[in-house]
Design a protein around this ligand. Structure first.
Ligand SMILES: *[C@@H]1O[C@H](CO)[C@@H](O)[C@H](O)[C@H]1NC(C)=O
Ligand SMILES: *[C@@H]1O[C@H](CO)[C@@H](O)[C@H](O)[C@H]1NC(C)=O
Ligand SMILES: *[C@@H]1O[C@H](CO)[C@@H](O)[C@H](O)[C@H]1NC(C)=O
Ligand SMILES: *[C@@H]1O[C@H](CO)[C@@H](O)[C@H](O)[C@H]1NC(C)=O
Ligand SMILES: *[C@@H]1O[C@H](CO)[C@@H](O)[C@H](O)[C@H]1NC(C)=O
Ligand SMILES: *[C@@H]1O[C@H](CO)[C@@H](O)[C@H](O)[C@H]1NC(C)=O
Ligand SMILES: *[C@@H]1O[C@H](CO)[C@@H](O)[C@H](O)[C@H]1NC(C)=O
Length: 473
């Protein structure tokens, strides 16, 4: 699954269709580390119990030239309490699958800080929910993280999905952009003026906002509030000196409630029109972030919220979705995308430990959706670890076919790669089973007839080359 490379190309012919690369096409940044992971805090310890994840991250870093960034955050971030005298480095109560409270001490940061490849950049989510003693708990977390992680700590987040706080009973109705912005500035001032921050050789910055609700899908909002990037930057959450990025979360589908669960579908996931619908709602949000001086990132995402769904989230169709999703995000200016991991979640691309689930014994392993990362590693590699530019191609823009041009610079002649994704569903699971996924959800559907193929001929101004399009795995 390597994207093919061409230089100085003008036209691509796919069957009888001609795909032009318009010269005035808008180009956005394609960062080498666009693809990252978000790890639920209570899953950090299970992930580092063996070398599976670090080996995979080392392999990816070798291809790209820089390691994937890791955010340690999620719902449990606002249920995390720092306790210096804890008997072990972390304790999940009642247990690490159902977590009410997660307790940590300082060496918990060392555990995951030293596990990932050198130069890995970390984002850590502080507990904003717990205001007691003027965020005494968050201050202790910040001090420990700065002290232990040093230069690898790139950004703090203050709270996770703060637009669900009223619904969770953590803030009173009426808590909105004005109140949040005041609290955000108060806590960041406290951190910036603390001795540990002042004395730190490397000073981390901040990822602001961290909103969950999709702006154009009002029936998926958990509470009445005014949170979005447009409103929050208008309310004064602007400080490009310390805000490196604004984060929103996005899960195209959901298993969280019966209504959305009944709509779960792989056909709807592996569909470029849907990817466009889901992501284009963030175009005005991206513009608002950019106007405020910092880029927008998808700080936490995956196929379906509330842990995903076996048979959808762990398929090669999901790998096609993630590939298209990341490139579409980049083409509208979203510079980083963090795929969420729980050590026993159905959507996790990597499962670090064996576990019993739905009556089956699942092994540790790599799931199909990890191949999106591997594929994209080859797309973003090769500019000496520097950012490239990307454009979505207007002539490859249907529900089952998308295309992108990747440039090493801003000029048309800087064209480096073309990436085409055939998202058409083709059922072909036969005699195969991944022991780290549920066998009960393996599809037994087999599409009839011959698997369709797309072939392309690349016509270049200087060279004529034949290229084989990327096919569905
Ligand atoms: C993981 O890798 C490190 C460094 O290569 C090695 O020292 C350690 O023994 C490995 N741990 C396991 C559990 O294999
Ligand atoms: C975790 O705690 C929940 C709630 O007390 C319980 O239902 C579940 O069985 C526990 N899981 C394990 C693996 O102990
Ligand atoms: C808030 O933090 C304090 C310690 O700083 C702790 O005693 C208290 O239980 C925490 N409250 C919640 C709701 O976690
Ligand atoms: C932004 O604020 C306006 C005015 O208060 C409000 O009407 C709108 O719903 C808010 N946007 C979101 C996404 O909540
Ligand atoms: C993504 O798009 C699908 C299809 O239009 C829609 O059902 C779903 O609600 C969207 N999800 C989000 C979070 O926007
Ligand atoms: C792809 O099609 C959508 C409409 O479905 C359109 O809004 C979008 O601008 C198109 N993308 C490109 C790159 O032309
Ligand atoms: C693939 O299988 C799914 C589930 O059985 C079915 O809905 C879909 O129509 C099939 N698609 C093709 C192209 O065979």
């Amino acid at each position: 699954m390597r994207p093919f490379l061409v230089s100085l190309l003008s036209t691509l012919v796919v069957a009888s269709d001609v795909i032009d690369i318009p010269s005035d096409i808008p180009k956005r940044v394609l960062k080498p580390d666009i693809y990252g992971y978000s790890i639920e805090p209570s899953s950090a310890a299970p992930y580092i119990k063996n070398n599976l994840t670090s080996n995979l991250m080392t392999a990816i870093a070798k291809i790209i030239g820089v390691p994937a960034s890791i955010r340690v955050g999620g719902n449990i971030a606002d249920q995390t309490l720092f306790e210096a005298g804890l008997k072990s480095s972390s304790v999940a109560v009642p247990n690490d699958t159902v977590v009410d409270t997660f307790r940590i001490r300082k060496d918990w940061f060392r555990g995951w800080g030293e596990y990932f490849p050198l130069e890995t950049k970390f984002i850590y989510t502080l507990n904003l929910r717990n205001e007691s003693g003027s965020w005494m708990n968050a201050m202790k977390e910040a001090e420990a993280a700065i002290d232990v992680l040093g230069a690898s700590l790139s950004r703090f987040e203050l709270g996770n999905e703060i637009d669900h706080y009223i619904n969770k009973g953590w803030r009173k109705p009426g808590w909105g952009t004005k109140e949040y912005t005041q609290q955000w500035h108060r806590l960041t001032r406290q951190i910036l003026s603390s001795a540990s921050y002042k004395n730190a050789k490397h000073k981390p910055h901040f990822q602001a906002a961290v909103f969950a609700d999709p702006p154009w899908v009002p029936d998926q909002h958990d509470e009445v509030d005014d949170f979005d990037i447009i409103n929050v930057t208008r309310a004064g959450l602007v400080d490009p000196k310390i805000i490196d990025s604004y984060a929103v979360h996005l899960y195209p589908q959901s298993t969280c409630d019966a209504a959305r669960e009944s709509r779960l579908s792989l056909n709807l996931l592996s569909n470029h029109e849907v990817v466009w619908k889901n992501l284009s709602q963030f175009i005005p949000q991206e513009a608002a972030a950019r106007n405020a001086g910092s880029p927008l990132v998808l700080g936490e995402t995956n196929s379906a919220s509330c842990s995903g769904r076996s048979g959808i989230s762990d398929t090669f169709g999901a790998a096609l979705w993630a590939t298209d999703y990341v490139l579409t995000a980049a083409s509208i200016g979203i510079e980083e995308v963090y795929f969420h991991l729980g050590h026993q979640s159905e959507y996790s691309a990597i499962t670090p430990l064996r576990y019993k689930y739905e009556g089956e014994q699942l092994t540790a392993g790599v799931r199909a959706n990890f191949y999106s990362h591997l594929f994209l590693a080859f797309v973003v590699a090769g500019n000496s670890g520097q950012s490239q530019k990307i454009s979505a191609l207007p002539a490859a823009n249907t529900s089952d076919f998308s295309g992108y041009a990747v440039f090493s610079g801003s000029k048309e002649s800087d064209l480096e790669k073309l990436v085409f994704i055939d998202l058409a569903v083709w059922n072909s699971t036969k005699g195969l089973h991944n022991p780290s996924t549920l066998s009960s959800t393996d599809s037994d559907a087999v599409s009839s007839g011959h698997r369709p193929q797309r072939n392309g001929i690349v016509e270049c101004e200087i060279l004529r080359a034949e290229a084989v399009l990327i096919q569905k795995a």
